[in-house]
Ligand binder design. Structure first.
Ligand code: SF4
Length: 678
């Protein structure tokens, strides 16, 4: 046995923490994946999910050879074929479609890996060169991202490490213990130093339980709460007038709007007590420094963009940005200005402007006929880094779309997911331990390099190589298709990040100021924090943030009296890890949390199998009667693979394809249902 080697990498998952990994390799086998103690944000600790990354990599269910469908779509029946056979057939079928109209080919991908190379690196080059439809990658964060851009100027905010110095932390729409573990460690440190922690969340999460205070508001009412906080800041003059005058835009108009939101009015909207809003406003107006950790759950409703904008206005009102431990953080990804164009090569479009399809409405769009407004019918879908049959809203429509016999579907995957079952070809992709990649983060401000720790298993190939191979078969002779993965990493970093430092340490910090907006200088058109956004007004939208009620507002339907949110189950990350037996064993079965009052009214006991339903479909799971759910709201924990859930369903049977106010994002948490014993 050779001496164990340690290889530095980066966690590829859709999580703000972007941990630095150290993989121990013995004789070519990865034996352990651990957190890198030298990387400050990781601090030597990984979450329980990725601690099992070696188990996931060597999972007996890995797809390790190209597969071709032999059964009906959805049956999951395949035969193994050679790479040559698979690539040749895929290339010739895509070429035939492209000869008619390349826009009839749709790439479908998201953050199955966050890497710049295996995500949308070589893939974007390929689809740009082809002239395929563009995908509007909206399914997670777009409403909140638009909110930050239109308020602060970019997806930027305070540096995460300074939360440890705050005296008040609002954890807004985030179950940090589950989905932002390393921030939670900093919040705990602040708590030990005397900080007050307040959680704002419709669910009594593990995080909410450990905060001093929990405001369990109704889903989609965050903007009403933020406006009422502003109301109280004005009434009590807990304002930083100097900061407002010098560094904000639109205060008079926002002030007037906020004064319409008394705590009583907001309390009635949010379903909480007005006194608790007054007390929170007092804390926010008087405790210094005050920091807000906003996360994406709260923006998955109709008014999600407005709500995130309303929250993002708060720090400027009290001058919180003056202190490095004050402000707000939704995403830090805007600090990472690596060279995206060098990686994705939009110039390969060569003047063409393909249509763009919103990934949220894939269910309807796969079934749409050709029309002047829509363009050609979608004839082929190439799915990578995503599992839309499980994660896209309104599953019944998504399944119907992918079940089309005349749709040619190629899926690059590690496993036979719900989506892979509908593929004509499943191509075996490498995991993070088997390839190069480059990562930026949205929860800290370091860049990380992922080196391969082991050789690809079986016949698996990196996504980048699969698109390189397809490009070659389709006759794309452009030199960029010969770039190696390491070369693409270097191109992204050129002139911006020291690549030698990445090779040496595995990570490199970006030069971000400690208190970026202490003196204003927001990257907005006005250089100020824009309470009023002229850019939004020009689009015919409200230039000021406001409360925008849910599409399916609580209390608006006698048939569906319960609001449902679908936060992630603790041991899954979106739909990733559902097939890792050890993690699924902890989760047990798909659960619906329901308040004792709502359960009793329906004859439901703890552990009762239930059907949750609305006009879009029904979802089968088990009831967990508990106070994690507030009265009137049920929590359907996701995202189970349909075939590993109950009755072949998951929670997205019930969610809708409607969109958010800003950015065209999904409204997973804007969903009315009712529940019965099954
Ligand atoms: S999922 Fe998040 S917390 Fe877990 S290892 Fe990856 S980056 Fe770290």
């Amino acid at each position: 046995m050779n001496a164990p080697q340690q290889v530095r990498g980066a966690c590829p998952h859709d999580c703000p923490d972007t941990c630095s990994l150290v993989t121990t390799v013995v004789d070519g086998v990865a034996t352990r994946v651990q957190g890198n103690p030298a990387h400050r944000p990781t601090d030597g600790v990984l979450c329980a999910k990725v601690s099992r990354y070696a188990e996931r990599t060597y999972h007996p269910g890995r797809v390790l050879r190209p597969l071709r469908r032999v059964g009906p779509k959805g049956s999951g029946r395949f035969e193994a074929v050679s790479w040559d056979e698979a690539l040749q057939d895929i290339a010739s079928r895509l070429s035939a479609i492209a000869a008619r109209d390349p826009q009839a080919i749709l790439p479908y991908s998201y953050c199955g890996t966050m890497g710049w190379v295996q995500g949308d690196g070589m893939a974007s080059r390929f689809f740009h060169r082809l002239g395929a439809s563009l995908l509007d990658r909206t399914i997670c964060s777009v409403a909140g991202s638009a909110a930050m851009v239109h308020t602060l100027g970019a997806k930027v905010g305070m540096k995460v490490e300074f939360f440890a110095e705050a005296k008040l932390i609002l954890i807004w729409g985030s179950n940090s213990i589950t989905s932002n573990l390393h921030f939670w460690r900093l919040a705990q440190e602040a708590k030990r130093r005397g900080a007050r922690l307040v959680c704002i969340d419709p669910r009594r999460t593990e995080t909410a339980e450990k905060c001093h205070e929990h405001l369990q508001i109704l889903p989609g009412t965050d903007a009403a709460l933020a406006l009422a906080l502003m109301h109280e800041l004005v009434r009590n003059d807990w304002l930083d007038h100097d900061y407002i005058a010098r560094h904000t835009l639109g205060w008079e108009a926002l002030r007037e709007r906020a004064l319409r939101w008394s705590p009583e009015r907001a309390a009635a909207t949010c379903g909480i007590d007005a006194q608790r809003i007054r007390e929170l406003a007092r804390d926010y107006g008087t405790l210094r420094p005050a920091a807000i950790r906003l996360n994406y759950g709260m923006q998955r409703v109709h008014g999600g963009g407005n709500a995130a904008r309303a929250v993002a206005c708060l720090p400027a009102l009290v001058g919180a940005w003056r202190d490095r431990a004050g402000g707000v953080l939704l995403s830090s990804s805007g600090w990472a200005t690596l060279d995206r164009a060098a990686v994705q090569r939009p110039d390969l479009l060569a003047g063409r402007t393909p249509r763009s399809i919103n990934m949220v409405t894939i269910g309807d769009d796969l079934q749409r006929p050709a029309s002047p407004a829509f363009g050609p019918r979608v004839e082929a879908v190439v799915v990578y880094n995503s599992n839309p049959v499980a994660v896209a809203p309104e599953s019944a429509q998504v399944v119907r779309g992918f079940a089309r016999e005349d749709l040619f579907t190629v899926v690059l995957e590690h496993f036979r997911t719900d989506t892979a079952d509908y593929a004509d070809y499943v191509l075996p992709a490498t995991t993070q331990l088997e390839h190069w990649d480059l990562h930026t983060a949205y929860g800290h401000t370091d860049v990380l390099l992922n080196r391969p720790a082991i050789a690809p298993l079986g016949e698996a190939r990196p996504n980048s190589q699969i698109f390189r191979d397809l490009a070659a078969r389709m006759g794309f002779a452009d030199a960029c298709f010969a770039d190696s993965d390491e070369a693409i990493c270097r191109q992204a970093c050129a002139g911006r990040v020291d690549f030698d430092e990445l090779l040496q340490n595995g990570f490199a910090p970006l030069p971000v100021p400690d208190a970026p907006f202490a003196e204003g200088r927001f990257p907005t058109p006005s250089g100020r924090c824009e309470f009023f956004s002229a850019a939004l007004a020009r689009q015919g939208l409200d230039g000021l943030p406001d409360h925008v009620p849910n599409h399916e507002a609580f209390g608006s339907s006698p048939r569906y009296p319960l609001a449902m949110i679908s936060p992630p189950a603790r041991n899954f990350l979106n739909s990733t890890f559902v097939n890792v037996d050890a993690l699924r064993a902890i989760e047990g079965e798909p659960l619906l949390e329901i308040h004792p009052q709502d359960a009793q009214a329906r004859g439901i006991e703890d552990g009762t199998p239930v059907r949750v339903f609305n006009d879009r479909g029904e979802y089968h799971c088990k009831a967990q009667v508990c106070e994690r759910a507030r009265p009137g709201v049920v929590n359907g924990l996701g995202v189970w693979w349909r075939k590993l859930g109950m009755a072949g369903t998951n929670v997205n049977q019930l969610t809708s394809q409607r969109l958010t106010d800003l950015g065209g994002g999904p409204v997973f948490y804007d969903c009315l249902v009712d529940v019965q014993p099954a």
